[in-house]
Design a protein around this ligand. Structure first.
Ligand SMILES: Nc1nc2c(ncn2[C@@H]2O[C@H](COP(=O)(O)OP(=O)(O)O)[C@@H](O)[C@H]2O)c(=O)[nH]1
Ligand SMILES: Nc1ncnc2c1ncn2[C@@H]1O[C@H](COP(=O)(O)OP(=O)(O)O)[C@@H](O)[C@H]1O
Length: 207
């Protein structure tokens, strides 16, 4: 038992998975966390075959790669999980998570439902948080106003969102479901959910 606890302590803080429909507000919320708690959270930078949006940075938001490169890396066993979403490949590399763990930071993963299911079969043991929009109509408005998607990509995201919103209601998949209606309220709930882990890292940083 003692050894088990020692192993757990050495494993560092528990990672956090943020999932939920495209447009629910995951990036907005996690960027707020990374900014307010610099030195506490670190982002697991995923790989994707989608093109960068204006303002996105290679190596910061994603590693933007070709399908050939991504498939070869997956075949080499370099990924914890990968999925196809809206026609593009996305995946969490072992190196991305390790880079955050090496700094003793809480690793945040922004992944879709397929990723959540895959991570559940690993020993990552994260806290699973679902970010949900107040309604489909509001989600569609936010996605349109974001101005990042073609009509085709938008429709694919809305179709996936419908499925995601249903699945997130199933008990046992997520530890917490946060409805992102008012942004400040949703951010407050996210911080409340993570405060124990945040305190642990802050305490470790001081000692
Ligand atoms: N499984 C998995 N999903 C990911 C990964 N990175 C991002 N995603 C998900 O892919 C979906 C699309 O992401 P993105 O193209 O950035 O669009 P956005 O969510 O609308 O901002 C979202 O649901 C993300 O959570 C990953 O490494 N693995
Ligand atoms: N509570 C909110 N109220 C209004 N707009 C929001 C709220 N949360 C996020 N948004 C906006 O909705 C859009 C989608 O949010 P984003 O963080 O990109 O979602 P995701 O990362 O889940 O795809 C963005 O333009 C963002 O500024």
């Amino acid at each position: 038992m003692k050894d088990y606890n020692k192993e757990k302590a050495m494993a560092g803080p528990r990672p956090v998975v943020l999932s939920g429909p495209s447009g629910a507000g995951k990036s907005t919320l996690l960027k707020n966390l990374l900014k307010e708690y610099e030195g506490v959270f670190g982002f697991s930078v995923s790989h994707t075959t989608r093109s960068p949006r204006p303002g996105e940075e290679n190596g910061k938001d994603y590693h933007y790669v070709t399908r050939e490169y991504m498939q070869a890396s997956i075949d080499k066993g370099e990924f914890i999980e990968s999925a196809v979403f809206s026609g593009n490949m996305y995946g969490t590399s072992k190196a991305s998570v390790q880079a955050v763990k090496d700094k003793n930071l809480i690793c945040i993963l922004d992944i879709d439902m397929q990723g959540v299911r895959a991570v559940k079969t690993t020993d990552l043991n994260p806290i699973y948080i679902s970010i949900q929009p107040p309604s489909m109509n509001i989600l569609e408005k936010r996605l349109r106003d974001r101005n990042t998607e073609s009509e085709e990509s938008l429709q694919k995201r809305l179709d996936a969102a419908q499925v995601d919103m249903e699945i997130s209601k199933e008990p046992g998949i997520f530890d917490i479901v946060i409805v992102n209606d008012n942004l400040d309220d949703a951010y407050g709930k996210l911080k409340d959910a993570l405060i124990e882990e945040i305190k642990k890292v802050q305490k470790n940083n001081l000692s």
